[in-house]
Design a protein around this ligand. Sequence first.
Ligand code: SAH
Length: 222
Amino acid sequence: MREDLWKTGIGMTSQRTRERLLERLFEEGIRNLHVLEAIRRTPRHLFLDEALAHRAYEDTALPIGHNQTLSQPYIVARMTELLLGGGPLDKVLEVGTGSGYQTAILAQVVERVFTVERIMPLQERAKAVLKEIDVRNVVYRHADGNWGWPQYGPYDAILVTAAPAEVPTELLGQLAEGGRMVIPVGEHEQFLTLVTREGDQFIRRQVEPVRFVPLLAGAISF
Ligand code: SAH
């Protein structure tokens, strides 16, 4: 991963604002050092339109076009921390590539990321940015992530960054024994939910209230 792209198009304030963001995440309870280090290294402004780049290190969600949003850094950190839970992960499925920022964080703390996005232009932009910052352990699929990516499953962990009304059955089926899924669930009220698989049992824990865009059906090319 390239770290020398920090200053591209963002000016002198970046160093200070990045440090402030890390302090804030720590205050909010993020303790996993791998996650904090990944956030420190990753140039979030590159995942945004130039007009929004100056806000990249605020702890807020920001628009990425196509009615979608790049999640708040706290949420990205929290979800990644929950996913890592017990220890190192090999194969991880991500549903909802979006800008690719969460993908970039994930790719630095696990071995391999399989990421699925339904909106083609978002996927292409994410791919280009991840290539630019030299993140290589990611493979991409343009498809409806409700169906997961059966070809490479089962996965040690699954991270979903858009909210379904219920956890998709196909995703449960692609979770390995002992695996963990982190997913926002609900229509009007959503809860970040941790699902762990123990044999044929799926144990769910509601972690905290969240607001995500909905997990939609079908893939689109424009
Ligand atoms: N993790 C992203 C946040 C993306 S917002 C980031 O860091 O930028 C949610 C994303 O999920 C959007 O890009 C949306 O197009 C995608 N999405 C919604 N429903 C989907 C589905 N069924 N399959 C794949 N992607 C989906």
